[in-house]
Design a protein around this ligand. Structure first.
Ligand SMILES: N[C@@H](CCC(=O)N[C@@H](CS)C(=O)NCC(=O)O)C(=O)O
Length: 85
């Protein structure tokens, strides 16, 4: 079960999350989302994660926003996140 990172390439909070994932050697798929808050994927992210900003991660049924919370989550689950087939 892989990690998906919803982001903007030039968002500094997203860059912080990418740097942490790379430091921990966690594979992930980065999806560059639309800037439009009415975009269907942006709406789904907002509803599932409870935050309106990027970055947001999806890991199975877990949706999480806020870069500090995401970093805490990947630190905590790093072994599981590294071992995706
Ligand atoms: N406190 C948030 C801040 C994230 C944030 O402000 N992200 C900006 C992009 S850098 C954003 O999504 N702004 C709203 C938007 O572009 O729709 C975090 O650390 O994740």
């Amino acid at each position: 079960m892989g990690l998906i990172l919803y982001q903007y390439e030039f968002c500094p909070f997203c860059a912080k999350v990418r740097a942490k994932l790379e430091e921990l050697n966690i594979p992930y798929e980065a999806i560059n989302v639309e800037r439009d808050p009415n975009d269907p994927l942006r709406k789904e992210m907002r509803e599932r994660s409870g935050v309106a900003t990027v970055p947001v991660i999806k890991h199975g049924d877990v949706w999480l926003g806020e870069s500090a919370d995401i970093i805490a989550y990947v630190e905590k689950h790093k072994e599981e996140l590294k071992n995706v087939g």
